[in-house]
Design a protein around this ligand. Structure first.
Ligand code: AVJ
Length: 321
């Protein structure tokens, strides 16, 4: 057994946040729970399975785009940076970047502790030349990561169109904080899912194998298992659809019948058909995202897409640089 040393920082996002945000979210009308809570161990595994689904075009399309543009990326960015990955999850896509870009250090940032630890440890043992850091934080709240301070040449990788989970105003706030984390001097390589035919989008979030439904419903397993609650996942159905007016996929959990649920000291009433809104996934055009980037202190350096225009990988540079 070899133990691989990684530099680990833990801000302990966890059950307290879940309890607080679930209780607040379910006492609102309409009811909502933020999507970051999908990613317990089981949720992270289910998301990995989603990435392999035939209907879920995003992961393989992004990977193909990255394969095609990595040489150009290296020319822009150069070697020996600190590569920061937000929402690193299983850290699969980043391997290509590590091999070609040859950063001196890597920092994986994720809310899912076990996943973060095992994937960064695997990177450390596969790439002995790489200085590996991990930070378990909720980056929607803070990007304060002590390991960042000593590096000048920082590049952030934010793949998978996770930016789509944020309402546009919150996306601007997050991107602005990313620029700040890089001392307003650096590159952001970001995956952005593009607007497209409704049928393709609806299918991607309603896969035939039912994995997305299981992923959505797993949030209720998590509440039942981690909080003091009698919530019954069987009392809810998965619902996902493209809301063209708001330009986003919405996921909900629909109560099958009127019933009440206990969570800690609270009783939450559900009507039949009432939903818990669990996720938004905004879709952009390349031009719309350029505008959002500009409002956040970035400018689009270069944008790569697949031939069908399903997905984009965008290299943004801080405007101050
Ligand atoms: C990880 C946020 C990009 O919005 O497509 C996949 C999550 N939800 N299927 C997305 C997700 C349902 C995914 N992101």
């Amino acid at each position: 057994m070899t133990s691989t040393a990684i530099n680990f920082y833990d801000a302990h996002p966890g059950t307290d946040d879940l309890r607080r945000e679930v209780i607040t979210g379910l006492s609102r009308s309409p009811k909502a729970i933020p999507p970051k809570f999908f990613y317990d161990k089981r949720g992270s595994e289910l998301f990995d399975a989603i990435c392999e689904l035939p209907e879920y075009y995003q992961t393989r399309t992004e990977m193909n785009i990255l394969r095609g543009c990595v040489t150009e990326l290296v020319q822009h960015i150069g070697p020996d940076c600190l590569l920061i990955e937000l929402g690193s999850g299983a850290s699969k896509k980043v391997r290509l970047l590590l091999e070609e870009l040859r950063p001196s250090s890597y920092l994986g940032v994720d809310i899912s502790r076990e996943f973060l630890l095992s994937s960064t440890q695997a990177l450390a043992s596969d790439y002995p030349w790489l200085d590996v850091h991990a930070a378990c934080i909720d980056f929607s709240h803070t990007l304060d990561v002590p390991q960042c301070d000593t590096f000048d040449h920082k590049v952030t990788f934010f793949p998978g169109s996770s930016i789509g989970n944020f309402d546009p105003e919150d996306a601007i706030k997050l991107l602005t904080r990313i620029a700040g984390m890089m001392d307003n001097n650096g590159y952001l390589l970001i995956g952005v899912d593009l607007k497209k035919e409704t049928g393709i989008l609806d299918a991607a979030y309603n896969d035939a194998a039912g994995v997305t439904a299981e992923f959505n419903l797993n949030l209720l397993n998590r509440i039942r298992d981690e909080l003091n609650s009698d919530i019954d996942p069987d009392a809810f159905d998965h619902l996902a659809f493209y809301n063209a007016g708001r330009v986003r996929i919405e996921m909900h959990l629909v109560s099958k019948r009127p019933h009440s649920v206990r969570i800690e000291d609270n009783i939450v009433e559900f009507e039949q058909g009432e939903t818990i809104h669990t996720e938004n996934s905004y879709k952009y055009t390349v031009e719309e995202f350029a505008e959002l980037a500009a409002k956040s202190g970035f400018c689009q350096q270069q944008v790569w897409t697949d031939k069908a225009g399903l997905f984009s990988v965008q290299l943004l540079k801080t405007a101050g640089k």
